[in-house]
Design a protein around this ligand. Structure first.
Ligand code: L34
Length: 285
């Protein structure tokens, strides 16, 4: 029987730290951190995530600015909004919720966001900084996963860590963060041969595939820490991770649920990054 890693509880603790520090800094500086969230179109999942971000801003005492743009927004229009937000001193963090509709090039948008306000840490400057270990922000989902692993008390240093998935947003930075903590890291993907033989070696297994119930019991070592980054919507509307929880749970030592695992952590780390951006932009300790 695995221990459950409670993402809601860990995220609440992170947000409470952010709230306390924010309260103090608002008193000292008379300024309040502000996060701008831009959502383009009507993706229902994005809508839920953006609403959760807005709620978290209220919880920690940030100003939140939401821009809900129509599905047919042009790239020029979105770039113009980003420029406006770049030069607005009440906005410390800017996030354009992905995915954006196909007429918009997400790379062009990410490049246009001021690196100082890039609280997703998706801008090439911030990605490069992470690579060399000299960064202000970490991408929210991988940073949240690190907090969840740390909450178990399991040591990362020297352990075999396997990441399934190589996206720029999760898989690649996830591998880098585990490497910074001296994990022995392997990245698997759709072309990996005999995937199960690789994942079965993992002391710490992170699944970021985007396929419901992809990780089955035969792919997991006894006593592994299993982190499920998947967020798949089944036909019946139920939310489901990349890990077949019922099968894998008995083998793992620790496991995250979906929902209530990585998702809430992504949002907590966004709050942390926005506070960091606010402090840097206002020369506060
Ligand atoms: N720019 N785009 C940008 N930044 C991000 O950090 C994201 N991401 C991913 C998608 N696009 C993005 C998110 O915000 C994924 N993501 C995200 C955020 C929050 C939750 C899930 C994904 C979340 O709140 N999950 C809840 C369940 C929500 C539900 O019921 O649907 C959970 O408990 O897992």
């Amino acid at each position: 029987m695995a221990n459950l890693i409670d993402g809601k509880q860990v995220s609440a603790a992170v947000k409470e730290q952010v709230r306390l520090e924010t309260e103090k800094l608002v008193q000292e500086s008379g300024k309040r951190p502000g996060l701008a969230v831009v959502i383009v179109g009507n993706n229902p999942a994005s809508r839920v995530y953006v609403n959760n971000k807005k709620k978290a801003c209220e919880t920690v005492g940030f100003q939140s600015f939401e821009y809900a743009l129509p599905e047919d927004t042009t790239q020029e229009e979105l770039l113009e909004l980003v420029q406006t937000l770049n030069s607005d001193s009440n906005v410390n963090g800017i996030l354009v919720q992905l995915p954006v509709p196909p007429q918009i090039d997400d790379k062009a948008i990410i490049n246009a966001i001021s690196a100082e306000k890039d609280v997703d840490a998706f801008h090439p400057e911030n990605v490069g900084r992470i690579m060399i270990g000299d960064y202000a922000f970490l991408p929210c989902t991988p940073a949240g996963v690190m907090e969840l692993i740390d909450s178990t008390g399991v040591e990362i240093s020297g352990k075999k860590c396997v990441v399934i998935g190589r996206s720029n947003i999760v898989g690649k930075p996830m591998a880098m963060l585990l490497l910074h903590r001296s994990g022995t890291v392997t990245i698997c993907h759709s072309r990996t041969q005999d995937l199960a033989s690789v994942t079965r070696e993992a002391d710490i297994l992170v699944a970021a595939v985007g396929k419901a119930n992809f990780v089955t019991a035969d792919m997991v070592k006894d006593g592994a820490v299993v982190i499920d980054v998947g967020m798949n919507r089944l036909e019946n509307g139920k939310l489901c991770g990349d890990v077949d929880f019922a099968q894998v749970e008995p083998k793992a030592s620790w496991i995250t649920p979906v929902p209530g695992g990585v998702g809430p952590m992504t949002i907590a780390m966004l709050m942390k990054n926005t506070l960091t951006a606010f402090k840097k932009q206002n020369q506060l300790a």
